[in-house]
Ligand binder design. Structure first.
Ligand code: 3PG
Length: 395
């Protein structure tokens, strides 16, 4: 047990302050995915149903600290609060001035305006942590997706709140990660895609000793192809990581694509063709795996006992370049393996192809997921463990 069990606590008439990660992807003020909101709601509902005075706090984006929300309205949690009402049937109220205490309205849940507006949040300021702690009787850290941030609202507060504990979502995330990483059903397969090797260095290094099979996709595969000496035209790759890729080959077999989709550019009206990897022209760039490579990847998926998936195979946001990511998402969803998916792009792909029910666990974490898989201890989890003298969940 990491700490006291939130679900066992008597919450009646207690001021319960829940840190969630409601940092949803947005475009022009519109929410693009409800995944983080839906993941947070069971914890919030549990507190409401058990008679607590419920307050929720979260960040949204990266606003400037100590600049008012009027000066940067795009960082307001207002659209999130509106969406939470629709999704939950509960009433929510957003308050902006709360740091020295606030008067509760009649709503079921009070939401504190973007915590990153508070001076000292991102530096884990002690005074701010104490002021946030003074707003509650029980603090619940439920925001796995920002447990890698040592901020006042995620970490500093844990020491000062009368009772601090992990929330059900944070635990569920850690349990799923531990199941995949420490007790994997074999063979264990990781599919690591996305644009850059540099953002996944720790993950690749940490996984390599545990895996039976590693597959790389997206721009990451380009760097591995270049390291093998293939001429990849104008494809994006990282020249300074060729040596890293060459070293990784010595530790684990990494089957590379044999055929690829190439295009004249990353745009929907680009000319495309499918070719062998040794046949890419100088003016072309790789935008997806070809059918033969996708089929081989699906064979690995069909045999796996555990699948860890992070990052797309191609530039799937453009219909013409989506086949690799789409087919892989569908194959993982229909496999019998325990499958764990994480990262913003990966979740977007899962939503786009409607395969969520087939994935054993979709993590809400992006950076937090990568840091945990990469072998790091998350500061908020460390602080909870310190407070409760527990070693469980530490890496
Ligand atoms: C995320 O989206 O990964 C989390 O909400 C953390 O956001 P941050 O990278 O701005 O800290």
């Amino acid at each position: 047990m990491l700490d006291v069990d939130f679900l066992e606590l008597d919450l009646k008439n207690k001021r319960v302050l829940i840190r969630e990660d409601l940092n949803v992807p947005m475009k022009k003020g519109k929410i693009l995915s409800n995944a983080r909101l839906l993941a947070a709601l069971p914890t919030i509902k549990h507190a409401v149903d058990n008679g607590a005075e419920v307050t929720v706090m979260s960040h949204l984006g990266r606003p400037r600290e100590n600049l008012s929300i009027r000066d940067q309205p795009e960082f307001s949690l207002k659209p999130v609060v509106d969406r939470l009402e629709v999704l939950s049937g509960l009433s929510f109220e957003l308050v902006s001035n709360y740091i020295d205490g606030f008067v509760r309205g009649k709503a079921d849940v009070t939401v504190l305006e973007n915590v990153r507006l508070n001076l000292g949040e991102s530096t884990n300021n002690q005074l701010l942590s104490k002021r946030l702690a003074a707003l509650c009787d029980i603090y619940v850290m439920d925001a796995f997706a920002c447990a890698h941030r040592a901020h006042s609202s995620t970490t500093g507060i844990i020491r000062y709140a009368p009772i601090s504990c992990s929330g059900p979502l944070l635990r569920k995330e850690l349990d799923a990660l531990r199941k995949a990483l420490y007790a994997p059903k074999k063979p264990m397969l990781a599919i690591v895609g996305g644009s850059k090797v540099s953002t996944k260095l720790a993950v690749l290094e940490s996984l390599v000793n545990q895996l039976d099979q590693l597959i790389v996709g997206g721009g990451i595969a380009n760097t591995f192809l270049a390291a093998k000496g293939f001429d990849i035209g104008r494809s994006l790759y990282e020249n300074d990581l060729l040596e890293f890729a060459a070293d990784l080959y010595k530790k684990i077999n990494i089957p590379l694509p044999t055929d690829v989709v190439v295009a004249s550019g990353i745009k929907s009206d680009a000319q495309i063709r499918i070719c062998n990897v040794s046949d890419i022209r100088v003016e072309e760039m790789i935008v997806d795996f070809g059918p033969e490579s996708i089929s081989r990847l699906k064979d690995f998926i069909a045999c796996a006992g555990t699948i860890l998936w992070n990052g797309p195979i191609g530039v799937f946001e453009i219909d013409k370049f989506e086949e690799g990511t789409k087919q892989i998402a569908e194959a993982i969803a229909s496999s019998r393996a325990f499958s764990l998916a994480g990262g913003g792009d990966t979740l977007a792909a899962i939503e786009r192809y409607g395969v969520n029910s087939g994935i054993s666990y979709s993590s809400t974490g992006g950076g937090a997921f990568l840091e945990y898989v990469g072998g790091q201890t998350l500061p908020a989890v460390q602080e909870l463990a310190n407070q409760h003298n527990s070693k469980e969940y530490l890496r």
